[in-house]
Design a protein around this ligand. Structure first.
Ligand SMILES: [Zn+2]
Length: 447
């Protein structure tokens, strides 16, 4: 029988499909042609297909690329600053730091750095909220990741808008840049209900609906948030407020949801909105513990995220998976909940669904785009590997990521980035370090 020629074959892997039956294929094979997974199954497939590029997974764990469902990636340039225990870190440190330091160039350079870090950590898709997202798009494409890039709209002047709420006009201007893009899509990101007026929330919503964009917003992150919303005169919950003004809908991605009760979950479910859960940043910033176990009782797509890189410091979703499990267990004092299998599903297909991309990515199935990560199981921390889901959630770290494939293209192989010169990036980030450090230190003294 003549073998069929394809682009890439991955063999000898423990394939976690994350399909509806959560099937695991031992000694599995994946067949990739034209960006797509065209076949997968046992090693018998090697009789059927041939490829110039054959990747031997060496019994590593093969998963769909992980999805970081809430991030502010360019803040990676500032990670490690303002860690001295500052009371109002958002308004007293982040915002003044960004005001002084941010530029188009820094946003581009930092996105390159962050995208490299993510690619090498097994993250293939991220949902972001930041400024000059056209620069972020260029950098993300250069490294080869998939991204949903939310242009921030907020009620004060920022780096890409000299007037309050200028982000909306900015988004309108860059809309066409994203028109035929495969890897990057534009989202609109009103910062939060307490920093964006009702009228502007609805203007962002109208713009998103008109152009079929996702809306990415921080919601119910802080305990007192409902009282901080001027137009919430009845002091109802943040979710109820957003529902009452007609903001919620299928295209809305709600980051955090730390202060959300069962009635609110019902509202989220019936609106079709999604949740991005950020347990590591919530814990570090002491903002709250989301009721995610309860949320999982509803038909609500839930992904996990790192949040900004000053909130979590790393793009490591293995670590976020550990937090996702352990924080819910300690909150409920119940060791039977949040099984590793559920959490790995949340980090992959859950995130894809939260970003409205579940039809295309998030699982290893025929017809889905080839976003694939191979995690080696030969390092000391990976031995033994009895239960691959538990291995990923409780043992693995980014250094175990061997291969990252996005849209059928290999971007990391044998832990080497193939799309960019890392030394060049290190040099550029070192230059930024010397520019940023003095101002960062002076801010710390003021707080
Ligand atoms: Zn955030």
């Amino acid at each position: 029988m003549n073998k069929k020629e394809v682009d890439i074959i991955i063999k000898n892997g423990q394939v976690l499909t994350i399909n509806s039956r959560m099937e695991i294929i031992e000694n599995g094979v994946l067949i990739i042609q034209n960006k797509t997974i065209v076949d997968l199954g046992s090693e018998d497939l090697l009789e059927k297909y041939t490829a110039e590029k054959v990747i031997d997974a060496q019994e590593g764990i093969v998963i769909p690329g992980m999805v970081n469902s809430h991030c502010h990636l360019p803040m990676i340039a500032f990670r490690g600053l303002g860690e001295e225990g500052i009371e109002d870190r958002l308004m007293g440190y982040f915002i003044p730091l960004e005001k002084e330091m941010l530029s188009r160039k820094l946003i581009y350079d930092a996105t390159i750095h962050g995208a490299i870090d993510m690619a090498m950590s097994g993250v293939t898709t991220y949902a972001d909220m930041y400024y000059h997202v056209d620069e972020m798009a260029k950098a993300t494409k250069k490294i080869g990741l998939r991204a949903l890039l939310g242009q921030t709209v907020v009620g004060f002047p920022v780096v890409d808008a000299s007037e309050a709420y200028g982000g909306l006009d900015y988004a309108k201007q860059i809309l066409t840049d994203f028109k035929d893009e495969e890897l990057v899509s534009l989202a609109i990101a009103p910062h939060a209900p307490y920093t964006v007026s009702k009228d502007k929330l609805l203007a962002a919503k109208e713009f998103a609906d008109q152009h079929k964009l996702i809306i990415h917003i921080h919601v119910a992150e802080f305990e007192d948030e409902k009282n901080q919303i001027k137009e919430n005169t009845e002091k109802v919950s943040v979710i109820k407020y957003l529902n009452n003004i007609g903001f919620l809908g299928e295209n809305v991605l709600l980051a955090h949801c730390n202060y959300v009760d069962d009635e609110d979950f019902k509202i989220i479910e019936s609106s079709g909105a999604k949740i991005a859960h950020n347990p590591m940043a919530n814990a570090k910033g002491a903002t709250g513990t989301a009721r995610i176990v309860e949320a999982m009782q509803y038909d609500i797509p839930i992904g996990i995220g790192t949040d900004g890189l000053m909130g979590s410091n790393v793009v490591d979703l293995f670590k976020v998976m550990t937090y996702t499990t352990t924080i819910q267990r300690i909150r409920k004092m119940d060791r039977t909940i949040m099984t590793p299998e559920k959490v790995v599903r949340m980090a992959t297909l859950g995130g894809a669904n939260a970003l409205g991309m579940g039809e295309k990515i998030g699982s290893l199935e025929k017809g889905k785009l080839a976003d694939i990560v191979i995690i080696e199981t030969q390092s000391m921390n990976m031995i033994p590997n009895y239960d691959p889901y538990a291995t990923l959630v409780f043992q693995a770290n980014p250094h175990n990521v061997e291969t990252t494939i996005v849209n059928g293209k290999i971007i990391v192989e044998n832990r080497k980035l193939l799309t960019h010169d890392i030394r060049e990036n290190k040099k550029i980030m070192d230059e930024w370090f010397h520019i940023i450090k003095p101002f960062g230190n002076s801010l710390a003294k003021k707080n």
